[in-house]
Write a protein that binds this ligand. Structure first.
Ligand code: NAD
Ligand code: ISE
Length: 335
């Protein structure tokens, strides 16, 4: 069976996912699109034979030809589309963040729990990256002993003009929060955010930031965001265990020696760094939806937990305080 999907939001990542669904992964067809910017939606549909352009996300979700929904619009619009998809009984893949407030994430979980089955997956693609998977395997196998410290470096060469101070936490570090929870298999329980000496390329942004978090068993986590670092898109990760350390490998395909130097290339942006991860993420999602085996990817709970860390992080950024993170009881649907 071919999964017929509708895509809400045909901006940068929406178009990239449409390309992937159309040209790279197997088992899906994009049959409908919509965007608040009608021109963008029509342009995306131009390359898709027979795709319908809907006026609104709600119309797309109600379309009988759409079996499953992919949400790639701006964060504050995610809740309405995810809830509408769940209420229509349709699987929905939502780009990160699940929603921009913990209250909205809770409403999504309530809708999903009421539906009685998992329908929501969040676009935390790092869980599908080969090097992160190898790092998790090393941790889970006990190869470095029990984890004690985890370092997570998230470096962007630059960010768009609309990028605001809070976004280093809610838009960028949200990936580090999710992948740390997944790697350690534990929740994060507190956060303190410190602003370093500002990068002169960062305008009014407080950049870089250093965040110190604790996990439920006491692992110390250090997240660095540097979003104007110019040299490339560089994602670092290293666990320090009781008997060894394990780190993400360099991503370059070759080691180049020339002109008295040796090195590997650094990706330009997230599309290049995680290109295979996004492909695997969608292939696994399509396979799970089509087979009816049940979703195993990042859940609404994961989206909620990551957003809770973000909320606490923003509070810490403004107050300078260490903020405790309280998640409350996890619904059994997510156990
Ligand atoms: P973008 O601005 O390029 O595209 C967003 C699109 O959504 C725009 O075309 C906009 O017109 C449309 N839109 C806004 N409100 C809408 C609404 N109510 N209904 C329908 N369409 C609407 O942004 P982007 O970079 O593509 O980001 C989109 C989402 O993807 C964000 O949530 C972002 O955080 C996420 N994202 C994830 C990754 C990742 O690595 N997983 C990378 C980039 C972006
Ligand atoms: C962007 O929205 C992403 O999700 C990227 O993965 C991240 O690296 C970048 O900082 C965000 O702005």
């Amino acid at each position: 069976m071919t999964l017929r999907v509708g895509v809400i939001g045909t901006g940068m990542i929406g178009r990239d996912h449409i390309r992937r669904l159309t040209e790279v992964v197997a088992g899906a067809e994009v049959v409908a699109v919509t965007d608040a910017n009608e021109v963008a939606a029509k342009e995306a549909a131009d390359n898709l034979a027979g795709a319908t352009v809907h006026a609104t996300g709600e119309d797309l979700i109600a379309d009988d030809r759409v079996d499953a929904v992919i949400v790639c619009s701006w964060g504050p619009t995610h809740e309405q589309y995810v809830v509408a998809s769940v209420e229509a009984g349709k699987p929905v893949f939502c780009e990160k963040p699940l929603a921009t407030t913990t209250a909205a994430c809770r409403r999504i979980m309530e809708a999903e729990v009421t539906s009685g089955k998992r329908l929501v997956q969040v676009g935390f693609m790092r869980r599908y990256d080969a090097s992160y998977r190898a790092l998790k395997q090393a941790i889970d196998s006990g190869a470095v002993g029990a984890p004690l410290i985890y370092y997570s470096g998230h470096r962007n060469p630059s960010v768009p003009e609309h990028y605001t101070k809070d976004m280093a936490i809610v838009d960028t570090a949200v990936h580090d929060f999710d992948v740390t929870r997944w790697l350690l298999g534990e929740e994060l329980t507190s956060i303190r955010v410190l602003a370093a000496k500002p990068n002169s390329h960062g305008g009014d942004l407080q950049d870089p930031l250093l965040m110190i978090l604790e996990s439920s068993s006491g692992v110390l986590v250090n997240v660095e965001t540097s979003v104007n670092i110019r040299y490339g898109y560089d994602i670092r990760g290293e666990v320090v265990g009781e008997t060894g350390t394990a780190a993400l490998a360099e991503t370059g395909q070759i080691v180049l020696r020339r002109q008295n130097s040796v090195g590997v290339s650094v990706p330009e942006d997230w599309r290049e760094r995680f290109i295979s991860a996004y492909d695997v993420e969608f292939q696994e999602w399509i396979n799970e939806v089509v087979s009816g085996a049940g979703l195993t990817g990042p859940s609404a709970w994961d989206g909620y937990a990551a957003q809770s860390v973000c909320d606490a992080g923003v509070q810490s950024l403004y107050s300078g305080d260490r903020i405790e993170i309280e998640l409350g009881t996890k619904p059994s649907l997510y156990s």
